[in-house]
Design a protein around this ligand. Structure first.
Ligand SMILES: [Zn+2]
Ligand SMILES: [Zn+2]
Length: 368
């Protein structure tokens, strides 16, 4: 099958929009016709050559939604016509991780996913007879992609695919983390008001937080963050080292939960320091540079603070995504205001430029 796709032939080169060949789905796999795909920062790390699981050439994209058009042998839970969201974190439902309620991780197909191939060790994409690798196991910047069944969340058919594609990464990461960490009446701080941070904010509102403090180095996302539930804003560019004290002042001694959404290690430390002694929790969501380490005083943890991390908002992809989509369909979550740009596939490089300059919150590529 021929499919228009954005190919990253090598790092630090614009994406090339070409027609690739997509082989039929293998055992346990399904072919998905992607309707729309949001652009996320992690795609940019592959384009910039700083993503350890990128094998070039590759097709980026991991925030897509579409319809199943063909299933391979052994697929039992999906049929053509089903609406799905590809998951970079699968849920096989059988491994020890899937059977544990302590994690949403499933590493069943991680070894091959991280090499850019399907579980049988080969890629389904090719261009000019040479294989093109999958990225994050999803490659949603291709009109047609092939994904293992265990990495496809089947979703309700009345959910608009050009919007709910955002549940493939940013919205779920932010909202899921907020819902699992925040208790009603909490005071929370959110560092970084990008695609993750603003969704932590609307998740915090949904979870019943009463004080929601946003921290960013620009005022640009202020209006959107306030619309999503932010009650106070601190400009870290102007406040500098005083950010931690400013949060303590606004929260009578420290945040109940602080979310770090920038991946900047010194900001992670601020998220830890601004937490209330004895019970505050710092939740790390941002992805740090390769090899980075974080220091913290052990006494802070011994007296009761917690540092936690979260992957995909702690949401088990196939069994847990439906609940979040229901929140959106019931009007409890907003997607429309954070989709600042909609683009065609041949404008994909412009989409990443808008991300680099901070002009966009989310750009969504529409395939139809
Ligand atoms: Zn992402
Ligand atoms: Zn599993």
């Amino acid at each position: 099958m021929g499919s228009p796709a954005a190919i990253c032939f090598e790092p630090n080169r614009p994406l090339a929009v070409e027609t690739v060949r997509v082989a039929p789905p293998g055992h346990g796999e399904a072919m998905v016709e992607i309707v729309a795909s949001g652009l996320c920062h992690t795609d940019l790390t592959a384009l910039d050559g700083v993503n350890a699981t990128s094998v070039y050439p590759l097709i980026p994209g991991h925030e897509g939604a579409g319809r199943v058009v063909e299933v391979g042998e052994g697929v039992i839970g999906l049929a053509p016509g089903d609406h799905v969201i590809p998951l970079y974190g699968p849920e096989c439902m059988h491994c020890r991780m899937c059977r544990s309620s302590r994690t949403n991780l499933c590493w069943t197909i991680k070894p091959t996913r991280d090499k850019g191939v399907m579980p049988d060790g080969t890629a389904r994409f090719s261009w000019d007879t040479a294989p093109v690798h999958h990225f994050m196991g999803t490659s949603t910047l291709s009109r047609y992609t092939v994904v293992p069944e265990i990495a496809l969340a089947k979703i309700r058919k009345d959910a608009p695919l050009d919007k709910v594609c955002l549940f493939g990464c940013g919205v779920t990461t932010g909202v899921g983390a907020a819902l699992s960490e925040i208790r009603e009446g909490d005071a929370v701080a959110v560092f970084g008001l990008g695609g993750i941070g603003i969704n932590v904010i609307q998740g915090a509102r949904l979870a019943g937080a009463t004080t929601i403090i946003g921290v960013d180095i620009t005022d640009r996302k202020n209006e959107l963050a306030r619309a999503y539930g932010m009650t106070d804003f601190i400009n870290a560019g102007r406040e500098g080292a005083k950010v931690v004290q400013a949060i303590r002042d606004l929260t009578a001694g420290g945040a109940d939960v602080a979310f770090e959404c920038t991946g900047i290690v010194p900001v992670m430390r601020q998220a830890f320091d601004c937490c209330h002694p004895a019970w505050g929790t710092a939740v790390l969501l941002g992805v740090e540079p390769p090899g980075a380490e974080m220091g913290f005083p052990p006494v802070g943890v011994r007296y009761g603070r917690t540092i936690r991390g979260s992957y995909f908002g702690g949401v088990k992809g196939r069994s847990g995504l439906g609940r979040l989509i229901d929140f959106y369909m019931d009007g409890e979550l907003d997607l429309d205001r954070q989709i600042t740009h909609t683009l065609a596939l041949d404008q994909v490089n412009r989409g990443f430029d808008l991300m680099r300059t901070g002009e966009s919150v989310r750009s969504v590529i529409h395939f139809e």
